[in-house]
Design a protein around this ligand. Structure first.
Ligand SMILES: [Zn+2]
Length: 372
């Protein structure tokens, strides 16, 4: 898992090479090439000159894709902080090379956010609305529920910003992990298209039924975010690159087990409301399996999964509001609705998926494939 330190060393060593000259061209009027750590399933992580198109000032890392806040201060729904100071040199062949670890992480983060914004447009996540630069607080100290410092990345709906803690570990820094960045970026879709849309109808944990539905929404949010992270990075195990202890729980290509019924999950939810990641991973793995079954290669699978997720998001609110007041929304029903959107018509898909659902829902899934 310790892929990253060599890249940082290479980047820093290059500073000493005579073909590099300090970068004095801070204002940019077009695409530039930057030496960044890139991942592909075939090659793992490797350093490559990578195009960044939307930067207007490289020293302050300003551009239309992201706005960074260093030493950020956040209150309820406002964040302040200053722009970063990036240090690069330019090689003879015109490639910008970061001269410290901090600059390399931030440039890598900018590159991923630029690509994710491109994808927002391609898949019409926000229709035709133009999005502002993604707000990002970096090296922001965070604490967990018990007040201990934590290493994490988070999306804050109130701030509409992605937050990254300092990363002291030896693993791949969260800010350079494309899968993690895509995962956090996705949470803004769910926040705006599901949570904000439901307004005061979003379950408030007043009753056990509310506790259950909050748990279900959290699982769905995490599961779809993992689909987005997987589709973006092509990496079945992107969480482990930065947080090795999460691997078993979050790995996308481990065997899928039967999705539990609403009643079974209800007990977990009431006993341990924070345990929703395991259900989230089930959602993610089921959707990944569907996409892989329907595709010839990983690019097609990623493309399909993204289309399905974007199509499904606005339907979540209606489906939840249509439930009877005394029923629980069954996670199996969620997957059947998701699959109905995905228009699975092939018999082989149904037979590959039905064993992971409870019997009643599996029947519905396999019926839906026959209808036009
Ligand atoms: Zn998440």
């Amino acid at each position: 898992v310790r892929y990253f330190p060599p890249f940082f060393l290479t980047a820093i060593c290059l500073f000493g090479i005579s073909s590099c000259s300090p970068n004095r061209q801070t204002k940019i009027g077009g695409a530039i090439l930057v030496q960044l750590p890139i991942y592909s399933p075939e090659q793992g992580y490797f350093l490559a000159p990578t195009e960044i198109k939307t930067l207007t000032n490289i020293d302050r890392l300003e551009g239309t894709s992201a706005q960074f806040y260093v030493e950020a201060k956040a209150d309820l729904n406002n964040m302040t902080g200053h722009a970063p100071q990036i240090r690069t040199v330019k090689s003879k062949s015109g490639v910008h090379v970061a001269t410290d670890v901090y600059s390399l992480q931030l440039l890598t983060l900018y590159h991923h956010l630029e690509k994710l914004r491109e994808m927002d447009v391609k898949y019409k996540v926000w229709g035709d609305a133009v999005q502002k630069p993604r707000k990002v607080a970096v090296f922001l100290p965070m604490v967990d529920d018990s007040g201990r410092a934590e290493v994490n990345a988070r999306y804050s709906g109130e701030l509409d910003a992605v937050l990254f803690s300092p990363f002291p570990d030896q693993s791949l820094p969260l800010m350079a992990n494309g899968g993690v960045i895509a995962h956090e970026h996705f949470h803004s879709f769910f926040y705006k298209q599901v949570i904000q849309e439901l307004k005061d109808k979003f379950p408030k944990e007043e009753t056990d039924r509310d506790v259950y539905h909050r748990y279900l929404f959290s699982a769905l949010n995490e599961g779809l975010a993992d689909v987005w992270g997987w589709a973006y990075s092509g990496d079945d195990d992107f969480v482990r690159r930065s947080i090795p202890r999460e691997s078993y729980l979050r790995k996308m290509d481990t065997p899928l087990v039967k999705v539990q019924s609403a009643q079974d999950i209800f007990h977990n939810a009431v006993r341990d409301p924070k345990s929703f990641y395991s259900l989230g991973t089930q959602f993610a793995k089921f959707i990944r399996l569907m996409a892989v079954n329907e595709s010839r290669n990983r690019f097609e699978a990623a493309d399909l999964a993204r289309k399905w997720v974007v199509q499904f998001l606005p339907q979540i609110k209606e489906r939840y509001l249509n439930l009877n007041e005394d029923t629980l929304w069954d996670p199996n029903d969620i997957l059947v609705s998701f699959a109905a959107n995905a228009l699975i018509e092939k018999t082989k898909s149904c037979s590959k998926l039905e064993k992971y659902l409870q019997q009643d829902q599996a029947k519905i899934l396999c019926k839906s494939k026959a209808s036009p």
